[in-house]
Design a protein around this ligand. Structure first.
Ligand SMILES: Cc1cc2nc3c(=O)[nH]c(=O)nc-3n(C[C@H](O)[C@H](O)[C@H](O)COP(=O)(O)OP(=O)(O)OC[C@H]3O[C@@H](n4cnc5c(N)ncnc54)[C@H](O)[C@@H]3O)c2cc1C
Length: 431
């Protein structure tokens, strides 16, 4: 039962007060606002942008994301025009078809351009009477009373407002400019992604499979530690992009936009691709490689908490899930200090999977690893065991059996890698 309620509305001093302030109205923030509304909490959802707005993304939605959308009642709207049934992986002279496995999340995936997808979620949040939305509203300055975040100064259309809130959910995305002001640190010694996407016209836009090319070579023929993707959108276009994994020690020396254009040229004939439009690139912190994700009454969710799968760059489902978890926590324990509780919740739900995936992703950043392992995995004796597991990993649908395969793989690759990862900063609190 929520009891921290501050009186909603505008006070005589010009400040406004809500039960919950949500900063950022991407999928994570909009979902959080909708969940808060379901608990009857007065909620202010703000975003620096004006909707609809674009977001650099592959636009892919696994069954796990669709499952979350179903919980919000939005699954049908996202899958009615286009849905897919699995993933086709290509590379090193082979191809593997991996239907979405039978899992509690269902077997239907989709893909939808983010401008429309995010707008759908934003409007859905807005449709709740408990939710007030401010666009063109940037959270600028945190105001503390002791260690508690008692208010946030928000610049809304050029005017500064003091927003008081019982709880603040920070969903301000990959760079998390406001999160940084609260102490969020991104650990770039851990694997992160650099990726670019484009939209291309294609007559195969209705193809019910998403495609990933794991043998991603640059113009010099060097295999890059990442993959290219073609995600059909069912609207006459495909989302075509590529991403590479990087760490500070082994930075991916790659111009992603150039790599994308080369990848598109390789796929053009097969997919009858039109020119690459709206090319955009972005960084992706991954696998929980940030610390200081919570304070007494605030939590970081989604990309701001680096909740992105290190092996496939997928973050929408984690954004939707962490939104639900954060609001559940507020509802169940409205007075509890969240500083240690929220990292604990994140670790319980994602810690093991992220640590394993981060370790596997780190292996890919060793230049010799993919060229050596790729042919074995696609064509060699390991194919039958490894490729379906790889497909589930890429689809974010890992099973206990996959864990076994991965564990054996890591042992083969040298247990030192796993040992070295043990001390890594999964959402640690250092303040
Ligand atoms: C190239 C690329 C491809 C990807 N492909 C996929 C994919 O296929 N599938 C998938 O699931 N994920 C993919 N991802 C990851 C996915 O895009 C993110 O995980 C997802 O957008 C996270 O949502 P979010 O709501 O946390 O953050 P965002 O969607 O980034 O939303 C953050 C919002 O916060 C607002 N904001 C920022 N600062 C402030 C502030 N101070 N005040 C107010 N508002 C603020 C921004 O305007 C923005 O609207 C990809 C990422 C990249 C870069």
């Amino acid at each position: 039962m929520y009891r921290v309620s501050v009186t909603s509305g505008v006070s005589s001093s010009g400040s406004v007060a809500f039960d919950v302030l949500v900063i950022g109205a991407g999928p994570s923030g909009s979902a959080a606002a909708a969940y808060a509304a379901r608990l009857g909490l007065s909620t202010l959802l703000i975003d620096a942008a004006t909707f609809p707005r674009d977001k650099t993304c592959g636009d892919g939605l696994t069954p796990r994301a669709i499952h979350q959308l179903n919980k919000l009642g939005l699954g049908e709207q996202v899958t009615s025009d286009y849905s897919n049934r699995g993933l086709k992986l290509h590379g090193f002279g082979g191809s593997v078809e991996a239907p979405w496995p039978d899992s509690p999340f269902g077997t239907q995936g989709s893909a939808m351009p983010r401008a429309g997808f995010d707008n759908l979620l934003f409007e859905f949040a807005q449709s709740h009477p408990e939710v007030t939305t401010w666009e063109n509203a940037t959270a600028e300055t945190p105001v503390f009373t002791g260690s508690r975040l008692s208010a946030v100064e928000v610049n809304h259309r050029g005017q500064t407002h003091t927003v008081k809130a019982g709880h603040v959910i920070v969903a301000d995305g990959v760079r998390s400019t406001f999160g940084k002001k609260l102490g969020r640190i991104w650990h770039r010694n851990e694997v992160y992604g650099i990726a670019a996407r484009s939209y291309c016209a294609s007559p195969q836009s209705d193809e019910p499979w998403i495609h990933s090319h794991l043998e991603l070579r640059d113009e010099e023929g060097t295999v890059q530690p990442g993959y290219g993707w073609i995600f059909p959108l069912g609207d006459g276009t495909v989302n075509l992009g590529c991403g590479a994994l990087s760490t500070d020690q082994r930075p991916a020396r790659v111009n992603t936009k150039k790599l994308l254009s080369f990848y598109a040229s390789q796929q053009r004939e097969e997919w009858q691709l039109g020119p690459e439009e709206d090319v955009a690139s972005a960084l992706l912190p991954m696998g929980g490689a940030v610390s200081n994700v919570a304070g007494p009454n605030w939590m970081l969710i989604g990309d701001s908490a680096a909740c992105v799968n290190p092996l496939n760059g997928e973050g929408i489902d984690y954004g939707l899930e962490t939104a639900e978890l954060a609001v559940e926590l507020i509802g169940a324990h409205p007075r509890r200090d969240l500083t240690l509780v929220w990292p604990h919740v994140l670790k319980t739900h994602y810690g093991e999977a992220f640590m394993l995936a981060r370790t596997a992703a780190r292996l890919l950043t060793y230049p010799a690893f993919l060229p050596a392992m790729g042919p074995l995995a696609f064509r060699g004796p390991l194919r039958k065991a490894v490729m379906p597991a790889a497909a589930r990993l890429m689809g974010n649908l890992i099973t206990d059996g996959d864990r076994d395969i991965l564990a054996r793989g890591w042992r083969l690759a040298g247990s030192t890698v796993t040992a070295a990862r043990r001390g890594s900063p999964l959402w640690n609190s250092t303040v």
